[in-house]
Design a protein around this ligand. Sequence first.
Ligand SMILES: C[S@@+](CC[C@H](N)C(=O)[O-])C[C@H]1O[C@@H](n2cnc3c(N)ncnc32)[C@H](O)[C@@H]1O
Length: 276
Amino acid sequence: MSGSAQSSSLADRFNDRHAVRLRSATWEHAYRAAFADDYPEGTNTNGWYSRTTLECLCTAMRLAPGCTLADLGCGHGGPGLWVAGRTGADLIGIDISATGVALATEQAPRLGLDNRSRFQVGDLTSTGLPDASCDAVLSLDVLLFVPDKAAAVREFARILRAGGILAFTTWEQQGYSERIGADQVADHRPLLEAAGFKVTIHEEPTEWRRQHAALAEGLIAAQAEMSKEMEPATAAGLAAMARGVLADMPARQYVCVVARWRLRPRYWAVRLEGCA
Ligand SMILES: C[S@@+](CC[C@H](N)C(=O)[O-])C[C@H]1O[C@@H](n2cnc3c(N)ncnc32)[C@H](O)[C@@H]1O
């Protein structure tokens, strides 16, 4: 499949999922049952990270009012808006899913964040954002879908200011994944370091295998119920994805990564005092 055909079928798949995520009580129930009190409340996440992981990344980005956060692969916007609400940062969300971007744009005013957030359709490997325009880049459960991960890392570096923070979650796995339709990376650190990042956190959240297994099993068990709330094909796609997650689990690890874009000496004093 060509690169653009691949990304448009991926966008179609996520358009369907974003359209139902916010209104499927059964899908929401599967999340809550799997994560219990570690569910990232208030995000309506479409990802696989816990509240503990999101809070860790939010703290690591050291955002403050006046900072600019880019949430790349923002989906329907919930997690980026959650971070912007907590930190006071301005938010730019980018996703290949037009449905995700439309929902994010709708959600922002409800949270009182429309005056400091905007969302646009785009690919994270070519965001169109100006050079050195962001204080932090967040990307939650997105990189696995990107065929050219080196291009993604170059784009993160290009849009970050000196000393800016990259924070992401993804899976690490050897080789090409037929199921995901993209080359995977067994360890992101060499890629990041080669691009000039200093990796400060690279760790597996302690509970991830239990939480992911519980969510995957919950989605499989809920397929019939979800088919009443969405197109049966969408529910079947979610259950198939969950079976793939369970099958892949022994061969991959879920990681939470934080890396700092190069700090030039002349920026040192400014960066220590915040990013406004
Ligand atoms: C698992 S969802 C996670 C969404 C969101 N980050 C969250 O945590 O809820 C993955 C998202 O990545 C988006 N995506 C995949 N490849 C992308 C790319 N190359 N550029 C931008 N977004 C992409 C999908 O459209 C989807 O919204």
